[in-house]
Design a protein around this ligand. Sequence first.
Ligand code: FE2
Ligand code: FE2
Length: 359
Amino acid sequence: MQTKTRIFVIDGYRSVPKDLLTALSRIYAVSGYMDGGEALDAMHQAPPALVIMDEQTLLRKGGKILSSKRASTQLKWVPFIIIGNTPDGVLFSAESESATDCYLQRPFHYNRLFEQISSSLSQSVERDWSELPTRERRILTGTVDEFKKISRAIGEGRPLNIEAAKESCQPLADCVSDSQYQGVLSNVKNHHNYTYVHSMRVATYLSVFGHAIGVRGDDLLILSAGGLLHDVGKVATPQSVLDKAGKLDEGEWLVMKQHAEQSGVILDSTAGVNQGMRIIAEQHHEKLDGSGYPLGLKAPQLSELARMAAIVDIFGALTDRRSYKPAFSADKAFSILEDMSSTIDQYLVHTFREVVESG
Ligand SMILES: [Fe+2]
Ligand SMILES: [Fe+2]
């Protein structure tokens, strides 16, 4: 099953390094073009999700591609990232007036490009959300805006605003109470900030799970907001590790695992954090036999909430679509969870399976 997002690279002078193209191809289905005219023909056949274009190619072999796409209702929202050497993208600015396009000056760290791709693709998805029914639109736009604020605050070393995070999750908690959450789950999947998608799916499933076993009111909101915040430590994890296709090497795995401890550090410096949120963020990778991280807690030390968070986190990751793997079915995800009897609470897995299958 093809799960990769299609992007074009228009580079008539082979200015994009081979190793960057290889890195892009691990995550995206990349098609290469030598000039703007050739690429424009292909775009009219089947528009890609995004285009990366070399500035010199735009100037000398561009074939007015930016103005042509701007004039096309089919293509005008396709975001372009122009890569060039001029300090302010003079050539690019002369060609583009579109808010969907941006300029990246060499030299740049590859992560900078990956972040820009993810951000440009996500803007397209968020624009599509404006067509959704009011309730779903409110949940998705409210939480994604809050998630961006949270990411910015962490990047700038500022404390998080827990009340604002809870407020953004209130419509989600309300919709879970009314069993109207399927639209949220299916639409959030299209977003390209994987940590946001995963966090929202965990927030939704954890709230659904909690609601089914009798959690109500502010406690239910703690599950929604705790789910949204559970991987906040990943804001510091490099995109190349988060999006890597295939197995992480030992060093990358160590970097990835740091996020759980980091989530705890971030919440420790945040006023108003409830104990339930802290457990969800700090203990969702702990296992009953002590093989989990960051603390290697064992069964007697793991509360029902920590066990629920671990189940929902694994279920969410298995049923997520990633650039390098299709989404597993709920059935397959549960059979994997049911094989984890020494590490995951099987009574709660059984309960959660009933909840998901009846939803
Ligand atoms: Fe995590
Ligand atoms: Fe997670």
